[in-house]
Design a protein around this ligand. Structure first.
Ligand code: AMP
Ligand code: GLY
Length: 413
């Protein structure tokens, strides 16, 4: 197949690595990609958020399937532009991508579909926000309604900080004040062709920047898969109580969800609840889910894009486990320092590296953003996979770079 992957992060690098590992060879191009992606497939410098530009490129180059990695092109309607021109695309149209792009839309869909989630109040003014903050009490949960690149959510015991966060994000639109939910978090990815859903293997993401879940929220600092502590039947429960009702609700509103439904879940004493939906693969969870996938990824993505998931068996996964740890630039998430060289990458063994924010300058990789790369390892046990990841991170040098040392500790014996 001729496959175009849109995006430039570690998630897209992991998707491409998975496609390249299939027994059948594909012609893969990435737009715009990054330095790590450019080392394995051709990249083209086009704006992935421009539906007209992406469609013209796909038609000119006989692309069989476009895979949309990040949320921005989805929310911008790139999938709609491609579908209108008859091009197979993995990723929902603009209306269904609002499941991620608008937290109030997501809450409305969940309410209408009867999907379990925390209570929430939409606030358009600071007075409404403060009233909701006091109604729900501490710990306070305040979220920007729209896309905020992982920075829109504040969970805090500090009422002043909660009010200040609401005040800041109200300048960009509405905010949501939510009931605090306590429990282990699970990221479950489901393929949806608009009607049928098929689950991938669950993963757990580490959102806070520092060890012990301290510090501000980030896009994700590490992940592992599978989750040995999940109760039996968990995935089927999520399919029945969350994924199918959500996909049916969207289909009934003539906005079918075609792509990856990312269910951000919390296992509370009162059952599983949805914290958030995303409309695309998660980053860094993808880096630990795909290396364990035994079913060819291209087959699943194409069947999703073509409305043929009903004819596919459930995706199969290896019994091996996977761990990933994200190397971040000094100052991330507040103000990452960029432009610094990354050395030691060629010395690492028994891991794969998914580049996120790198560029090649005079033959040396340099960091160009906050989350720089993900180091990924598989193993028979979590201890083995962790040892591989951290040995590699010891060998990689980025001045001021930091990473969490406790990823997957809780599942290691
Ligand atoms: P979100 O972007 O909505 O997934 O939120 C980012 C992170 O904030 C989540 O992964 C949780 O760790 C935390 N969070 C969000 N909403 C809640 C909530 N209602 N209760 C507790 N923690 C939350
Ligand atoms: N790792 C969280 C996300 O992809 O949104």
């Amino acid at each position: 197949m001729r496959i175009l992957v849109l995006g430039s992060g570690a998630r897209e690098h992991a998707i491409i690595t998975s496609l390249l590992s299939e027994p059948t060879a594909h012609e893969i191009t990435a737009a715009p990609g990054n330095a790590g992606i450019a080392a394995v497939v051709p990249v083209v410098a086009l704006d992935p958020t421009r539906g007209d530009v992406v469609s013209a490129y796909a038609l000119d180059n006989d692309i069989d399937l476009v895979v949309i990695g990040p949320e921005a092109p989805l929310v911008a309607g790139v999938a709609d532009a491609l579908r209108q021109r008859g091009i197979a695309v993995f990723g929902p149209g603009k209306a269904a991508a609002a499941l991620e792009g608008s937290k109030t839309f997501a809450k409305r869909i969940m309410d209408d579909a009867g999907v379990p989630t925390g209570k929430a109040t939409r606030a358009g003014t600071i007075e409404e926000a403060v009233a909701a903050i006091d109604e729900y009490g501490a710990p306070y949960v305040v979220k920007a309604d729209g896309l905020a690149a992982g920075k829109g959510v504040l969970v805090t015991e500090d009422r002043d900080a909660a009010v200040a966060h609401a005040d800041f994000w109200l300048a960009h639109g509405a905010v949501l004040v939510e009931e605090f939910l306590s429990g282990q978090e699970v990221s479950l990815f489901l393929l949806s062709d608009g009607h049928t859903v098929l689950p991938l293997s669950p993963a757990q993401d580490y959102k806070r920047v520092f060890d012990g879940d301290e510090g501000p929220n980030t896009g994700g600092m590490g992940a592992y898969s599978p989750l040995p502590w999940l109760p039996e039947g968990f995935v089927d429960e999520v399919i029945d109580t969350v994924a199918i009702p959500t996909v049916r609700q969207l289909a009934s509103e003539r906005t079918p969800f075609i792509g990856l439904l990312y269910c951000g879940l919390i296992v509370t004493p009162k059952g599983v609840k949805v914290i958030e939906f995303n409309a695309r693969f998660g980053d860094p969870e993808t880096q630990v889910v795909l290396p364990r996938l035994k079913t060819p990824l291209s087959q699943l993505l194409f069947a999703t894009a073509s409305g043929e998931l009903a004819s596919q068996p459930r995706p199969e996964f290896s019994d091996d486990v996977a761990v990933t740890v994200v190397l971040a630039s000094e100052g991330y998430p507040e103000e990452p320092v960029t432009g610094r060289p990354i050395t030691g990458l060629s010395d690492v063994q028994n891991v794969t590296i998914a580049h996120a924010a790198t560029a090649l300058v005079d033959g040396t990789y340099v960091a160009t953003g906050g989350r720089v790369l993900s180091v990924v390892a598989t193993g028979r046990t979590f201890s083995e996979a962790r040892a591989r990841v951290y040995l590699a991170l010891d060998a990689i040098h980025l001045q001021g770079g930091h990473y969490r040392r406790d990823i997957a500790v809780r599942v290691s014996e």
